[in-house]
Design a protein around this ligand. Structure first.
Ligand SMILES: Cc1ncc(COP(=O)(O)O)c(C=O)c1O
Length: 411
């Protein structure tokens, strides 16, 4: 275990502070995700904390990667990604959204969406710039913004009975001429919100007014439910020229460990990001890239996954409601946010630490997706995120355990 005295000064401290990991004595805490996964392992609780599927993606895609290894795709792939995959990304974007992306100059393959986000923020934002995100936000955003030396400004998503909604007035106040990037995430982790056309319009309009770039994290693009539609913000009038669209194969095809991601947008922006990305990983995933190129031609696998996830969402949501949690049913992603307040739990962090003992289930507090101490962190303090990307029998077991907790709490 590293002690305070051993830790060197450096930019890492800004990243740790931004992610809420720097303790007052200067030591570093594990992320709440690591803490909760460890807790699940130690206690044998069902881990609904980490968003990793417990069933792999299609065997055909695995075989394609195995074949690629056997056929010798084992050395550095080209820095921008193999052409076959860049073509498949370009075709995918056109087929689904009517978005044009030149595979040679406007598409970049990355080591997961995480590297696409980091390289983009490092390439395009720096000291003196604001990067505006929604809050709560995926935890890597705050760390990457801090590493770039930019200022992180957030706009709350506000819980309602049916969805979390963008606070449009707060958005208009947050975006100024200092704003370099508006970083959007829809479908949104952790709230499960899919931004409406009106909300996307509001973002597009402030981006145009203040000449800000838009970076959009769409890793859950295919995981939307009921009649909800995911609309990439790059398709809105005047937005293609100022938007970088990021996605990845991890969630769409249930291969989160392969870390094949990508981005696309106007050539000058992609060139800027590629310049940084080549000094981060340069390239990765040589045998996985052609396998994902094949997978991207298949629209049925993501459709079937979304269909089965909708059933699993309903199973977990009704179990949580039955147990006494208040739930905002997600429109997309594979997470649901549940409020422990009706059961008498006002502190989601404390609840998550107790839940393995109380119910044999693990979740993560929504506060972990907020700026430490922010108004949104306080407003969402009693909320916990659970994933439903687990087998139905696992979810049924979890729901049974949570039900017993509910009955005990109600006496
Ligand atoms: C909103 C969001 N963006 C990015 C990522 C990371 O994607 P990848 O595993 O492709 O790096 C995740 C993973 O959980 C996520 O939820």
């Amino acid at each position: 275990m590293t002690t305070h005295g051993d830790l060197p000064p450096g930019r890492w401290q800004a990243a740790a502070r931004a992610a809420g990991l720097l303790r007052p004595d200067g030591t570093v805490a594990a992320t709440i995700f690591a803490e909760m996964t460890d807790l699940a392992r130690r206690t044998g609780a069902i881990n609904l904390g980490q968003g990793a599927p417990d069933v792999d993606g299609p065997a055909t895609v695995k075989h394609a990667a195995q074949r690629a290894i056997a056929e010798g795709h084992n050395q550095y792939p080209p820095g921008p990604g193999v052409l076959e995959l860049r073509n498949a990304i370009s075709d995918h974007q056109y087929r689904h959204y009517g978005l044009d992306a030149d595979p040679d100059t406007e598409v970049l393959v990355t080591t997961g969406a995480t590297e696409a986000l980091a390289a983009t923020i490092l390439a395009l934002a720096g000291p003196g710039d604001d990067v505006v995100t929604l809050e709560p936000f995926y935890d890597s955003y705050a760390a990457s913004i801090a590493l770039a030396g930019a200022r992180h400004v957030t706009v709350p998503l506000v819980p309602g009975p049916h969805r979390f909604a963008l606070d449009v007035d707060a958005l208009r106040a947050a975006v100024t001429d200092r704003t370099r990037i508006i970083l959007v995430n829809s479908p949104h982790n952790p709230t499960g919100t899919v931004l409406t056309l009106d909300e996307l319009d509001a973002i597009a309009s402030v981006a145009r007014r203040h000449d800000a770039l838009v970076v959009t994290d769409e890793v859950y693009e295919h995981l939307v439910y009921d009649d909800v539609e995911h609309v990439p913000i790059a398709t809105l009038p005047g937005m293609r020229g100022r938007t970088l669209t990021i996605s990845s194969a991890g969630k769409t095809f249930s291969f989160t460990g392969w870390k094949v991601g990508w981005l696309h947008g106007p050539a000058p922006l992609v060139t800027a990001v590629r310049t940084v990305k080549q000094f981060l990983t340069y390239a990765s995933g040589a045998p996985f890239q052609p396998a994902i190129a094949d997978a991207l031609a298949d629209d049925e696998t993501p459709r079937a996954l979304a269909h089965s996830l909708a059933t699993r969402r309903d199973l977990l949501c009704s179990g949580l409601v039955e147990a006494g949690f208040q739930v905002v049913v997600p429109q997309g992603t594979y997470f649901v946010v549940a409020d422990g307040a009706p059961l008498g739990f006002d502190d989601g962090v404390a609840l998550c630490r107790e839940l393995p003992d109380l119910a044999g289930v693990v979740g993560v507090p929504v506060a972990a997706f907020c700026t430490p101490g922010s108004a949104t962190a306080r407003a969402l303090a009693s909320r916990v995120r659970f994933t439903f990307v687990k087998r139905e029998d696992v979810l049924r077991d979890a729901v049974g355990r949570l039900g017993r907790l509910g009955r005990e709490r109600r006496g």
